[in-house]
Design a protein around this ligand. Structure first.
Ligand code: AMP
Length: 589
């Protein structure tokens, strides 16, 4: 197939922004394309060579492309650079130079789609020493045989700037029209795409066998499924009304969505929400999947969250970014281990679960994983009243989550791959604020440590002082910010304060492992103050049934030995801080 045919279609598509016209141009193109090339034509039209999950990226630096253009045209690099500045686009520049060159040469070999694809593929795969030179050579070889228009699109493709603006759904429409006779059949093609994440694969299947070709598309372990997404509503009332009065509310963890595929041979693959293969970022998750997933073959979804290895507390999302790098994964794994909060199951041992309702998927998920501290099910509850849902939401925020996702449990609550719909509704706070003041809080109890903290405390239960009642009221659990030295010191520091039950002046709904006489004051900094159904500080003051808590608390390292427990930050002060925070948020809004 002549590359010029593809380029003509690109030009037509480039000349319109109307979706229907773009679809028509694509239909023409697909009809002209030999069946065995349809997948390649689809990938090329998207500026790719393969589906995203293969991880083979086309795209060379503009600097290299400039070199290739100079080489092919027989001009100097500075000259090419100058023309790029003048024309504002390397594609147009290549067209200009290749036009001049075409007039000077008689013997050109016509470019075919096969040759272009093969050349681009070799460019994408070239690595190691000499790779840059090789890339330049291949590109300049292609350019030497290109017409001006071909050169323009070739250069745009190879530098990742094709940008025809063709949406996946437009390609599916065009495929349905070209090979199944009607756009009405698009949903079938769409489902095949959602299950395989491979538009070229779908194209080839319908080009070969029409609609029959995609009927057989199945969930395949090792190929990512396009993720189901959530709609959003601003209140518990609206969510429950939308979802039929009752839904499964789950914590919305603030980490990275991981689609985990465990293959029969024990191999594990992990795909991101954008379907990139990110297995190499998470060797520890692979290991967890091997040990904790009971089914032989499975696809499940989990949110991976960085945790404090000593206290088990969840850490803010930013800590996960340590995984997004080439080197130092080992260190990141140690410093920021991941806990998995599994929330869906799409496939298990030969059975496709995507068309089964949520309660059934959840039951299978419960059975399929062996739970541990590092592999958990998402916290969930069936919510059927606004009060229940609000409480659960507050608890989620306080525990370090972003909010909740409320999911339909009806008979139609299938896994809608690739779709954002009302079967899942997220409920997030619409503000973020930063607490700038530190607070001085009294340690009133502690929780046993584990791992590196076995033998000492994993977290301390902290309280503010309530002047009116002369009681200490809990406001957070803090396990972050302690150095190894601090940790070693803690049991000794509290030795004389340990008592067998909650102190009479402490008000707490939480059961600590160890209780203290309120005496030691520590300086704490947090991200913000939130409503909390658990902590007793300012209980019922702002909202019935809720107190206030400090979110993401961290010990600053300062022991306030200069302060008596009654000198600690008071409940009143925390209430004021909360109100100030609200005012600030309103002012910013
Ligand atoms: P958003 O990115 O704001 O559209 O929210 C959807 C994202 O929330 C998903 O892509 C997941 O990464 C994440 N998430 C966290 N916890 C859950 C959960 N329990 N169920 C579904 N998604 C969750």
């Amino acid at each position: 197939m002549d590359y010029s045919l593809l380029v003509e279609a690109y030009q037509r598509i480039d000349s319109t922004t109307k979706r229907l016209e773009i679809t028509d141009h694509l239909v023409d193109l697909f009809k002209k394309t030999p069946v065995e090339l349809v997948d390649k034509v689809v990938y090329l039209t998207q500026g790719k060579l393969y589906p995203d999950y293969m991880g083979i990226e086309l795209g060379i630096a503009e600097k290299l492309a400039v070199k290739a253009v100079a080489m092919a045209a027989g001009v100097s690099e500075p000259k090419v650079d100058r023309t790029v500045k003048e024309l504002g686009d390397l594609g147009e520049t290549a067209a200009k130079f290749m036009g001049k060159r075409a007039q000077a040469t008689l013997f050109q070999e016509a470019l075919t789609v096969e040759k272009v694809y093969d050349g681009l593929d070799r460019i994408a795969r070239a690595t190691g020493e000499g790779a840059q030179d090789l890339k330049i050579k291949i590109l300049s070889g292609l350019l030497s045989n290109a017409s001006p228009d071909e050169a323009k699109y070739l250069v745009r493709t190879v530098t990742g700037r094709l940008r025809l603006g063709v949406a996946d759904m437009t390609i599916l429409d065009a495929l349905a029209i070209a090979f199944c006779g009607s756009k009405d059949l698009r949903p079938m093609l769409e489902r095949a795409y959602n299950l395989s994440s491979d538009l070229g694969g779908v194209a080839k299947a319908v080009a070969e066998r029409g609609v029959e070709g995609v009927k057989g598309f199945q969930v395949t372990v090792g190929k990512p499924i396009r993720p189901m997404l959530a709609e959003r509503l601003p209140s518990a009332e609206e969510i429950l009304a939308k979802i039929g009065g009752k839904g499964l509310a789950e914590y919305k963890y603030d980490g990275e969505r991981l689609q985990i595929h465990k293959l029969a041979n024990g191999e594990v693959m992990i795909f991101s929400r954008r379907l990139e293969n990110i297995t190499h970022h998470y060797p520890d998750v692979c290991e967890l999947a091997r040990k904790h997933v009971k089914a032989d073959e499975v696809i499940l979804e989990a949110e991976g969250v960085a945790i404090n290895p000593d206290s088990g507390e969840m850490l803010p999302f930013q800590e996960l970014m340590h995984r997004r790098r080439k080197y130092g994964i080992e260190e990141a794994m140690e410093q920021y281990p991941i806990a998995l909060f599994c929330f869906d199951l799409l496939y298990a041992d030969g059975e496709d679960y995507t068309l089964k309702p949520l309660p059934q998927r959840r039951r299978k998920l419960e059975k399929a994983i062996k739970r541990s501290e590092r592999v958990q099910l998402s916290q969930a509850m069936v919510a059927s009243s606004v009060e229940e849902l609000e409480k659960f939401f507050e608890k989620a925020i306080e525990d370090g989550c972003e909010g909740v996702v409320v999911k339909s449990m009806g008979s139609d609550s299938v896994y809608q791959a690739g779709a954002r719909g009302w079967l899942w509704i997220k409920y997030k706070r619409d503000y973020k604020s930063v607490l700038t003041d530190t607070v001085d809080l009294v340690a009133v109890g502690a929780f046993h440590g584990r791992g590196k903290r076995a033998g000492t405390y994993g977290a301390l239960l902290m309280a503010a002082y309530d002047k009116k009642s002369d009681l200490f009221k809990t406001v957070c659990k803090v396990g972050t910010g302690f150095t190894d030295e601090d940790l070693a010191k803690l049991p000794k520091l509290f030795k004389d304060n340990v008592i067998p039950h909650r102190h009479a002046r402490v008000e707490s709904q939480l059961e600590a492992d160890v209780w203290f006489v309120p005496a030691v004051v520590l300086e704490i900094v947090g991200a913000e103050i939130t409503l909390s159904p658990i902590h007793t500080c300012a209980m019922n003051r702002i909202r019935a049934g809720s107190g206030l808590a400090i979110r993401f608390p961290r010990f600053t390292g300062r022991y306030r030995t200069d302060k008596a427990p009654e000198d600690a930050t008071t409940v009143e002060e925390i209430v004021e801080m909360y109100l100030r925070q609200l005012k600030k948020i309103e002012a910013e809004a």
